[in-house]
Design a protein around this ligand. Sequence first.
Ligand code: ADP
Length: 612
Amino acid sequence: MHRKRLIWQLYPSQLLVVLAALLAFTWYGTSSIRSFQLSETAAGLEARAHLVAGSVLVYLGHDDLAGLEAYFREAGKKSTTRLTVIAPDGRVLADSDEDPARMENHNDRPEILAALSGKVVPSLRFSQTLQQNLMYVAIPLEERGKRRGVLRAAIPVTAMDKALAAIYQKNIWGGIAVALLAALVAWFIARRISNPLEQMKLGAERFSRGDFTVRMREEGAEELSTLARALNEMATQLDGRIQTIVSQHSQLQAVFASMVEGVITVDTEERIVEVNQSGAQLLNVDPEKIRGKSILLVIRNTHLQSFVKNALACASPMEGEFSSRMGADGQEKYFYAHGARLQDSQGRITGALIVINDVTKLRKLESIRRDFVANVSHELKTPITSIEGFAETLLDGALDEPESARRFVEIIGKQASRLHAIVEDLLALSRVEQEAKREEIVLQELPIAEVLQAAIHVCSLKAEKENMAISLVCAPTITAGINPALFEQAVVNLLDNAVKYSGKGSEIKVEVEKKAGEVLIRVCDNGVGIASQDISRIFERFYRVDKARSAKLGGTGLGLSIVKHIVQAHHGYVSVESSPGKGSIFTLHLPVAVEDGLPGNENVPDEGMVGD
Ligand code: ADP
């Protein structure tokens, strides 16, 4: 609805009051002046009548009407007053301006009637005789208690009217001037009242739009300055509160966005209210697109859907686990979810909060650990069963057959060495893992040729037995950040494999090259090689391509796993190129030290490349 501005409500009413007051004052003033003038004129006329009354009675006493006439003409002329004597019966006896014979009976004139009854009542009316407005005042003429008639004095009021008209005119002009002045003053007063209110209105409008940069001027009338102060205080408080809310909100948003856990909030109708980045990634959805939509439509996982339903229905927090292939890679993932109902300050249920953790890695680790325990048990079981079996056979009488007894004891010894080798390798593996985890492995920038030479030396006896030669190509200047003992063990393991899986008389080469920020240590053989489907698995614990051959050669299936962990502890990685029947090349990639120390793990490729 269109409302009038305050100034247009204040100003016309103020102006109306001022104009009405002015009009009333002018009217009252002029009418007072007029009545004052009239009463003054009447009093003057009465005084003049009394002045000439004595002379009139003398003339009447002598019945000298002619003399009276002459006296009236003289006196009337001098005093510009019309004088008339009227007999008690209303006849005009003498008149200063007119012939009494021509004048009609005057007993109906109000001033005459009043005078005859002993009162003096002035009368203002139009004179038919003189054709103008006259004021009449009549007094009774009495001589020794005898009423002789009435003496009337009259004066034209034209002059008075003219004088009054001039006064009226001046009053009107004065009134107009005052009215204009009053209009101006009223306008300024109305502006003075409405302007600060107008300013406050504009300020309040800016406050309502959330702009608290302005403050109202605390000036003018007390009520207005108090109002301005109150509004300013309100704005300051609102500003503070809004800023607190905004900063709390952005803090919450930052926490919400940076949480590793996926967070989803739903309303009571199971519509998604909010989902954070991690949640969107876990569920492979676009947060912008799913907001406000039912979880049944946008997240196609029945476990999660029923979890949300239960979380909304259940008063106490709940937790559960489910798996899904919702991810972008389509791989099965495991999720652990917590759900709790959300309530507002009045205790009404507004929805539910679901926090989802990706526990895929944990579950995989658990399964790896389970598999490892099973594998270790299995690996240990074979030699132990064998030792047990042969020990029993010996006790059952084979001890008495020296030849068999010797053979069995040899087998027991072999199996014990195998057990020893497995335990040794397991210990070595766990040591490397633990130390790498605790960052206890000390790396030193050393020339690697010496360490390689030492490793070759360790394997040379075994190689010579197989009539193999191990050659080394390494510039003595090449250095790398290494832990000499661990690095030597890694190379020994590779050389040991090269010897084990190559035919008699074959050649094994160790080459070192510095290339693209890496030191590459290649162990090359021309042995049996590895099929491509096995390459990705040979670094797994206890994985062997040919189990029987490995066992026969004293392998534990842990050698390459140890190599992998040692190289990782050196911030590097290991790669393999191999083709069955042609040979294999195992390459250790070690990062070249930068000036301020050794680089981190950024060069280490995905673990999948080397398996576990
Ligand atoms: P193992 O003790 O059986 O040698 P490793 O972990 O050292 O265990 O090796 C795992 C498997 O990888 C071996 O059983 C073997 O089949 C294969 N392998 C390792 N090195 C070579 C190589 N130089 N040539 C061919 N096969 C190899």
